[in-house]
Design a binder for this molecule. Structure first.
Ligand code: ZN
Length: 137
């Protein structure tokens, strides 16, 4: 597979406003947009950092995976997203290699992307998201 860049770092927060103030005002990052991702039950605010982004993740429901993360781990670093050229091929390759995946089939992510998560047990404790953008991004 070909990994093109770190697409974003996901940060779980309990409240978006103070986090947006820090990254937007204090660290002077440009707010790239905001979106509710229904499939993940999160509201995402993303800030551009060069070719990459920081994504603030706020759960929108108590059964959101991010809500569960906040309960057990608290606020902070949640996942690393790597942009791949072809997510179907990447997932097939990992499955063939016996790498434990959360998503055996890519699903819809934020910004019209397709995503698949690798299980943290397979990545030495890090939640890794593979993401494919609809166009060359
Ligand atoms: Zn993500």
């Amino acid at each position: 597979m070909k990994i093109k860049r770190i697409a974003h770092l996901g940060i779980a927060v309990k409240d978006l406003d103070p986090a947006k103030k820090l990254y937007g005002e204090n660290l002077c990052l440009e707010l790239g947009g905001e979106e509710v991702v229904e499939t993940q039950k999160v509201k995402v605010s993303f800030f551009k950092v060069g070719e990459s982004n920081l994504e603030l993740l706020l759960p929108t429901a108590p059964d959101s995976p991010v809500a569960k993360f906040l309960e057990t781990r608290g606020e902070g670093f949640h996942h690393l997203a790597l942009e791949v050229e072809d997510i179907d091929a990447a997932v097939a390759e990992l499955k063939a290699a016996g790498v434990k995946l959360i998503d055996e089939t890519p699903r819809e992510g934020a910004h019209h992307t397709r995503v698949a998560f690798i299980h943290p047990k397979a990545t030495f404790g890090l939640l890794v998201e593979l993401v494919q953008y609809p166009t060359s991004h």
